[in-house]
Design a binder for this molecule. Structure first.
Ligand code: ATP
Ligand code: MG
Length: 275
C-alpha cells in the first residue's frame, strides 16, 4: 500500500512555479528523502502532503484520502521546517498538549508519553522548560510530540539541520529504530549522507523531479568515472570507463586507491546538468 501518492502536482505562488508536475509515492514502511537546493520546492510539496497548502493542479492522496480530510491530520506526525517546542512549557507539557491537540485520550498520552521519553532518552529532561534545551534535545522533544498520536505516517522537514554531527547521528538512530518498527516516513534534507543512511529511495528535486531511485540505483546509473590516487607519486587521476581504469592501474607500480563518485558528487553533477 502507498501511504502517500502525489500525482502530477503543480503548485504556483502567483507567477512563481514552486512545484512542476510532481509525481511521487511513499510505500508503507518506507523512508523516502527529498533532496534539493534552497528554494527547490521541498517544503511547498510536503506542506501540500500534510494539508497546509492545496495544489494548484494535480492530486494528492495520504493514507488513501485527501490531505485536508479531518481524519487524516490525526493520523499524521509532522515536524515542519524550523519548528520549535513551546519555550515556556516543559518537555512533558509539550508532549502532553500536543497529544490533547491531536485528540489522544489522556490515559493514552500518559502511557505513550512515558514510553517516548524513554525511547528518546528525555527522561531526565521531562521537567525542563523547552527554552532551556539544546538544539538536539529540542529536536528530540519535537519527535516525541510528533509521535504522541502513534502516527501512521511521519513527515519531517529537515529533521537535522543545525545539529552538530553527534546530535545528528542520535536523530538518525532514533529514525532508524522507528523504521525497524515499520514506521513510514517522508523527510527532506540537504545532507546526502543523511539520505544515504536513512532512505530506501531518494527524489532529487529542483522545482520538478530530476532523479528518483534507491541510493545504489542512482550511483549505478550516474557513476561514470573513477578517481585513482597513485600513492608513490601522489598523483590523482580521473578516468571514465573500466577499460581506461584497467590501463591506468596496469601502469602504476606500487600502492594505489580507486574511488567512485560519492552520492554527493553525483547529486552536484546531476543538479548542475538539470539547470
Ligand atoms: N508563501 C509563499 N509565497 C510566495 N512564494 C513562496 C512561498 N513559499 C515559498 N515560496 C517560494 O517557492 C519556492 C520554493 O520554496 P520552498 O520553501 O518550497 O523551497 P525548499 O526546497 O523547502 O527550500 P529550503 O531548502 O530553503 O527550505 C521558493 O522560490 C520560495 O521563495
Ligand atoms: Mg524548506
Amino acid at each position: 500500500m502507498n501511504v502517500i501518492e502525489v500525482n502530477r502536482v503543480w503548485k504556483a505562488y502567483g507567477k512563481l512555479i514552486a512545484n512542476e508536475d510532481i509525481t511521487m509515492f511513499v510505500k508503507e514502511g518506507e523512508i523516502i528523502a527529498l533532496l534539493g537546493p534552497n528554494g527547490a520546492g521541498k517544503t511547498t510539496l510536503v506542506k501540500q502532503i500534510y494539508g497546509e497548502l492545496t495544489p494548484t493542479r494535480g492530486e494528492i492522496r495520504v493514507l488513501g484520502k485527501r490531505p485536508n480530510d479531518r481524519h487524516i491530520k490525526k493520523l499524521l506526525g509532522v515536524i515542519p521546517q524550523e519548528c520549535e517546542p513551546y519555550g515556556d512549557l516543559t518537555v512533558w507539557d509539550n508532549i502532553y498538549y500536543m497529544g490533547r491537540l491531536k485528540g489522544v485520550p489522556k490515559d493514552e498520552i500518559k502511557n505513550r508519553g512515558e514510553i517516548l521519553l524513554e525511547k528518546l532518552d528525555l527522561k531526565d529532561k521531562r521537567n525542563t522548560l523547552a527554552r532551556d534545551l539544546s538544539g538536539g534535545l529540542k529536536r528530540r522533544t519535537l519527535i516525541a510530540m510528533a509521535l504522541i498520536n502513534n502516527p501512521k505516517l511521519l513527515i519531517l522537514d529537515e529533521p537535522t539541520t543545525g545539529l552538530d554531527p553527534e546530535a545528528r547521528r542520535e536523530v538518525w538512530e532514533i529514525l532508524l529504530n522507528m523504521k525497524r518498527e515499520g514506521q513510514s516516513m517522508l523527510l527532506t534534507t540537504h545532507y546526502l549522507e543523511e539520505a544515504e543512511r536513512l532512505a530506501d529511495r531518494i527524489y532529487f528535486l529542483s522545482r520538478k523531479i530530476i532523479v528518483e531511485g534507491t541510493p545504489t540505483q542512482i550511483k549505478e546509473k550516474f557513476a561514470d568515472w573513477y578517481e585513482v590516487t597513485d600513492y608513490a607519486s601522489g598523483k590523482v587521476y580521473k578516468v571514465k570507463g573500466e577499460e581506461e581504469l584497467k590501463k591506468l592501474i596496469m601502469s602504476i607500480n606500487g600502492k594505489f586507491e580507486v574511488r567512485m563518485p560519492s552520492l554527493e558528487e553525483i547529486y552536484l553533477q546531476v543538479m548542475k546538468n538539470a539547470e
